[in-house]
Write a protein that binds this ligand. Structure first.
Ligand code: ZN
Length: 420
């Protein structure tokens, strides 16, 4: 029996996790200079309950950036075997040091992801995310090797070579971001080489992607898709994945403790409600994190999954707290834009939004790709009408042809706020 079945205990708060957290707190200020500073005014020994724990201050990206380069390191130098770094778009990057055990356990979690997706040692795993400072490529590779499958370590770019290797080596599993998977799917279709492709599964990075895009990738590549979750600050990708039932993502609660909070108040939301995911690492040595704000929006999915897994679930990532834009007093998430477009006949999966301040007022222009043969004027009118009725916002619709909007190998930014 798993501890989750204990009467009176939510499956999301297991006694074993709390024991681990108490151990972590008992040692953290001895080991980590970062937390010694951060928790200087707190008496950690007074923490006796989940409620006490939930009063601890959050750790945020800015704190991690301030610790550049190695301020997060919580073990002696000889125990660190590798670093990874987040792609800092603004200012300093965040550097995360890993011990041998961190690297091993990350591979273990990632191997679990592959197993949950039904990948076996007979599979050939085509890895397109980047290698190097980024955690993605090496994470996908280490997990596959742990499982015992053959890795084709492509990294991003060079579509000709990607497709040649994919067909010659008969790759069966594609690991990619959603936008790169879409780019490859379109290329395969354009070149008419679908019969040479042997893919049966796609493991797609945690970038938020719409139903329409999912459907296109799945049908054009002829694969079953799995959402894989992770972030550099917490190991990297591989800390959670969807199962064959496609009802959220299971995450590894023996390594990580998840909370979902109201991003404005910092309070826990009620189970099932959308909020910001906050993660505490239970076993990480090199750079343990307590109550780290991911800025990813999701919700807990209550109840047991049809697949029978003991691991709890969060929904696929619904957006980022920092993606939210306010236009003419209306709060908008990229996920909503995607949803509205999805409901209008003639639109395809890609879109881009520009928000400008022109002649004293905010103007939101929505560029979207249309399916072949759609009436441009008709679709634009329908999109304008949908935005007006669904969120009360008058927008400028601009229909473009399929392939006109950028696809990238990394995460795609779809909303550009040019007002400030
Ligand atoms: Zn499941």
């Amino acid at each position: 029996m798993s501890e989750s079945s204990l009467v009176g205990e939510s499956s999301l708060k297991k006694p074993a996790q709390f024991e681990t957290i108490l151990d972590l707190l008992a040692n953290i200020t001895k080991k980590s200079a970062f937390y010694r500073d951060k928790f200087a005014d707190l008496d950690l020994s007074s923490i006796r309950s989940w409620e006490d724990f939930e009063r601890l201050p959050f750790t945020d990206k800015g704190d991690l950036r301030d610790a550049y380069p190695l301020g997060l390191q919580a073990v002696p130098d000889e125990d660190i075997v590798r670093i990874h770094s987040s792609s800092g778009t603004t200012g300093l990057p965040i550097i995360i040091p890993y011990t041998k055990r961190d690297v091993d356990e990350w591979a273990e979690m990632f191997a679990r992801c592959y197993e949950m997706a039904g990948v076996t040692p007979l599979d050939r795993i085509h890895v397109t995310p980047g290698y190097g400072l980024w955690t993605a490529g090496i994470g996908f590779q280490a997990g596959a090797e742990r499982l015992g499958a053959m890795v084709v370590p492509m990294g991003p770019g060079n579509t000709d070579k990607q497709l040649k290797m994919m067909s010659d080596l008969k790759s069966t599993v594609l690991c990619a971001t959603s936008s790169y998977a879409l780019l490859l799917a379109e290329e395969i279709d354009r070149r008419g080489i679908r019969s040479k492709i042997h893919l049966s599964k796609g493991l797609i990075g945690s970038e938020r992607w719409g139903k329409q895009m999912r459907h296109r990738i799945a049908t054009e590549l002829g694969v079953q898709l799995f959402d894989i979750y992770g972030l550099t600050e917490i190991y990297g990708p591989g800390i959670g994945i969807s199962c064959e039932h496609e009802c959220g993502m299971h995450y590894w609660d023996d390594y990580l403790y998840f909370e979902i909070i109201n991003q404005h108040t910092g309070e826990q939301v009620s189970e099932g409600e959308v909020g910001e995911l906050v993660i505490t690492t239970l076993r990480k040595e090199g750079a343990p994190l307590i109550r780290y704000r991911t800025h990813d929006l999701t919700r807990f999915i209550p109840g047991e999954c049809a697949c029978g897994s003991i691991y709890p679930r969060i929904d696929v990532i619904l957006g980022r707290t920092d993606d939210m834009v306010k236009v003419k007093g209306v709060n908008i998430f990229p996920a909503q834009i995607d949803e509205i477009l999805h409901e209008v006949e003639g639109t395809s999966s890609e879109f881009q939004v520009m928000i400008d301040h022109l002649e004293g007022r905010d103007v939101m222009t929505v560029f979207f790709e249309t399916v072949e043969g759609a009436s441009i004027k008709g679709v634009e009118a329908a999109v304008r009408h949908s935005f007006k009725t669904r969120i009360g916002l008058t927008i400028v619709p601009k229909a473009v042809a399929i392939g006109d909007l950028p696809r990238s190998e990394k995460k795609t930014n779809r909303v550009f706020d040019n007002r400030y």
